[in-house]
Design a protein around this ligand. Structure first.
Ligand code: MN
Ligand code: MN
Length: 273
């Protein structure tokens, strides 16, 4: 069950409201990496979880994310408030100003409604924990960008708190995954096919205009990897040769077609063309 306490988890202060920044903040309210997505993802994973210790972790963090949602919503509302009266402020986000009366709705910064499509829930605990580690990393970087685009000290203070909590969660999810004692490549129950699992296909070949080349590193060298030239490369090269010859033929056909005929040459010379 949920219980609401009328105090924010972290007290927020906005020194100078900035409606344009309020709009950016909506990304962490109703956006893909926002607090509602985090709260729903972890809480619903928790409902699916039969490992009672890690279910507790998911419910603890899922519930904390709801408290973050409340902080971001409060902060966004404070920044959007001038839209209620000022035409200039309303221009920062006409949708919020006209349809929402300068209040917050469950939309991202572009006005797209929140969707459950944002959630990553597989019902396989270790797979879900990996999604959560990645989700926390995304939330962290979005907060960092918001901080970088903010010049209000009170707002930065709250965002710094929210950003920090994501790292705490990331650490907890990482520890929970590690404590399951599974080999990191052991996903599900069916083992991968030997011989296929070790092959690394060099599927992006050639030299790029910015100096890109076929790089080697621990992702395709050593670590049991077998580096294989891209299976489609001979076909791609053959196709490239065909395309080039088609272009050459096409160009020469066009040249022949546009070559003036002897008759039109005669007409031009006689000035009648
Ligand atoms: Mn959060
Ligand atoms: Mn988090």
């Amino acid at each position: 069950m949920y219980h609401h306490i009328k105090k924010l988890m972290y007290t927020v202060r906005v020194d100078a409201p900035d409606p344009r920044f309020g709009n950016m903040l909506l990304e962490q309210f109703g956006g893909a990496n926002g607090e509602l997505a985090a709260a729903m993802q972890y809480s619903i994973q928790g409902l699916n979880c039969t490992d009672l210790a890690r279910k507790d972790l998911l419910m603890d963090i899922g519930t904390e994310e709801l408290s973050h949602l409340e902080i971001v919503g409060t902060l966004a509302r404070m920044h959007l408030k001038p839209m209620k009266k000022s035409r200039e402020a309303a221009e920062a986000d006409p949708l919020v100003a006209i349809a929402g009366g300068g209040g917050i709705t469950l939309c991202n910064s572009m006005g797209n409604p929140w969707t459950a499509d944002y959630l990553k829930i597989t019902g396989e605990l270790d797979v879900d924990l990996r999604s959560n580690i990645a989700a926390e990393a995304r939330a962290k970087i979005v907060y960092e960008r918001l901080i970088n685009f903010c010049d209000d000290a009170g707002t930065i203070d709250a965002l710094q708190f929210l950003m920090t909590r994501e790292i705490t969660h990331m650490k907890a999810f990482m520890a929970a995954l590690e404590s399951m004692g599974k080999n990191p490549l052991e996903i599900g129950a069916i083992p991968p096919t030997p011989g296929i699992v070790d092959k690394f296909f060099n599927d992006s070949t050639g030299e790029g205009d910015e100096g890109e080349s076929d790089a080697r590193g621990p992702w395709n060298e050593g670590n049991g990897f077998d580096y294989v030239e891209g299976p489609a490369k001979p076909i791609a090269e053959a196709t490239e040769a065909e395309v080039r010859s088609e272009i050459v033929q096409g160009v020469s056909r066009t040249r022949r077609a546009t070559k003036p005929s002897p008759r039109s040459k005669r007409l031009r010379q006689s000035g009648k063309n």
